[in-house]
Design a protein around this ligand. Sequence first.
Ligand code: PLP
Length: 402
Amino acid sequence: MKISSRVQNLNESITLKLNARAVELAEEGRNIYNLTAGQLPFRPAKKFVQYLQFELDFLKSFQYGPAGGLEPLREKVIQYISKTRDINLEAAGCLVSNGGKSVINNFLATMIDPGDEVVLLAPYWVSYPEMVELYGGKCKVVGSSIYDSFTPSLEKLEEALSDKTKVLFVNSPNNPSGIHYDEQWMEGLANLLLKYPDVFIVSDEIYFELIYFDPKPKYFYQFEPALLERTLICDGVSKSMAATGLRIGYGVGPKDLIKAMEKLQGQTASGPNSLVQRALLHFKEEAFDQFLGPIKLHLRDNAKLLKEKLNDANLGAAWYQPRSAFYFLIDFKRLPFYHTYSERGVNEDYSLEICERILNETGVAMVPGGSFGQINTGRISLVLEKKPFEEAIDILITFFTA
Ligand code: PLP
């Protein structure tokens, strides 16, 4: 059997690898603190679960739906995005897919020819480069650092853009940094994009509802609405409704693009889960506030606790203010333990080695930042309950200060 070179070249998920090791250690009886979670460990809103139960009575909830998603749901999504982003989407279409990841995969399969250039802003979501390369696309990465709270400079972005650039990915709120780019940056981005009329933009807004520290996110297209003609907004229920396993995501963008993506989805996957789509038709957007209110407080408390612990241990140099999503990217280079690594070479990435060592020696699991394009950092998930979270941070601080 010969696996295609396309798939052979895909990297294994580092998160899965670390999770597997964490499970192995737990089975050996070790006390493990898992800070790798990319999802909320809570049940979805009660009302939504009731809608799912209600839909179980209908035959239609179990049968094929239209390839691009149920028409009323597509309309509902467009209304929700136009209202929450305060934009006019009359000219846009919507595709409902099997999760946000599937929206992005459909998009790349639809847009990318071998050799096409895609610009990523680091830190970026780990799956972007893997999916781009699957279709033969070439990634160009614009870096950032903790000094600018992981916001890449627009000057550096301009250096990366050219007439060869086909797509730019913007992910705000951001996984893995937990920041969202500020208003001034987004306005600057809008102006910059006007100079590059052939660049298509994916605005990955899957964490849009998860803001626990003001201000709310702004987007480039709010400053220059004409940019909506070449933007795909990506969102879904995974993060905002604590429903990663229900696999519903949506893309909103130019009708021609949506139509092409729908054609692809029709041949490769068919429409997404009809039961969940039908339950979503009943869901009221106002319910987000009620459901997410206590969760956001929890995330803010854990972020505050992290700040206080770092400061108390004189590690404030590794702190920046996260505001959204549920992650914090710890910069190993700013911590005392790192000196043994810096002696080995400045531009090497030791994040996997460091995270494996931390897990083996202390039982705390994090995701190495190297896979997000941010070398020598580690992603800490803020979702754990307060007590184990505090214990995990204490253990990490003892390690960091050694
Ligand atoms: N975009 C980003 C930035 C994410 O972090 C994730 C999930 O982790 C996704 C998209 C995909 O989400 P979904 O579970 O809806 O496929």
